[in-house]
Design a protein around this ligand. Structure first.
Ligand code: FPP
Length: 240
């Protein structure tokens, strides 16, 4: 690919999948797969900053992941806590602003405090806007936005005709973020699993066989190269 002509996706979102299989193939407990997954998170944040990608969103815990065994849910929550406790200084050094989407009310209060603290301590950064989806579900996000708009209409603050794609999007948890240009899913599975359903309307979807703990800067560059081979038409014909 001609590097000069390459287009850098402005917003990359990733469904991190394959931690369990990575661990299983090494006869290790799933928890170690998730721990290696957290290392891949660190690598990916650094790589996006260095490459100049301005927005990165990672799907860390879906609203359906509560169905996993309690031990595994605890391991994932522990990893998030540990990441937030250790990483804020490094995020500031790399000028990364961290933010979270998802329903916080079901999270432990100490985790919510760590999230709020990390958001506050990195809010001045502008090199990379890094969003982590925790207890996030795309359908829930859409329903919650519809409920908020319905309440505004019922209270007489808004007319039904004023509900447009733009006003609807402004009520989603991702308000302020551009829609992802590129959604990557690792581990060979080819589905969205309730991630960014509204926001994915025109995203390029790229499925890599790589398991998430093995995801590297090279994997990211490979996905960006595949993205560059796609012709994005946004519903038009592609002829000018
Ligand atoms: C999917 O692999 C991965 C997850 C459900 C969790 C993702 C979490 C992390 C990478 C670690 C913590 C995150 C941060 C932001 C520090 P899977 O367990 O479904 O894998 P499998 O399909 O191979 O079983």
């Amino acid at each position: 690919m001609d590097a000069a002509a390459a287009v850098l996706p402005q917003h990359i979102a990733i469904i991190m999948d394959g931690n369990g299989r990575w661990a299983k193939s090494r006869y290790l407990p799933r928890a170690l797969g998730h721990r290696e997954g957290a290392e891949a998170v660190r690598r990916t944040v650094t790589a996006c900053g260095e490459l100049g990608v301005p927005y990165l969103t990672l799907f860390a815990f879906s609203s359906e992941n509560w169905k996993r065994p309690a031990d595994e849910v605890d391991d994932l929550m522990w990893l998030l806590r540990s990441y937030l406790q250790r990483e804020v200084n490094e995020l500031n050094r790399q000028r990364v602003r961290i933010g979270f989407i998802g329903e916080r009310s079901a999270l432990a209060p100490d985790l919510v405090s760590l999230i709020e603290n990390a958001e506050m301590q990195t809010r001045q950064n502008d090199r990379l806007i890094f969003t982590i989806a925790v207890n996030y579900g795309g359908q829930h996000d859409i329903v919650a936005a519809a409920q908020r708009l319905a309440r505004e209409v019922a209270a007489g603050h808004m007319q039904p005709d004023q509900i447009t794609p733009e006003s609807f999007a402004a009520h989603l948890m991702t308000t302020g973020l551009p829609d992802p240009d590129l959604i990557i899913r690792t581990s060979g599975e080819q589905r969205l699993s309730n991630f960014m359903l509204w926001q994915a309307a025109y995203s390029e979807l790229i499925f890599l066989d790589t398991l998430w703990p093995d995801f590297s800067r090279q994997s990211l560059e490979q996905a960006i190269e595949l993205f560059n081979r796609r012709e994005r038409r946004f519903g038009a014909t592609g002829e000018s």
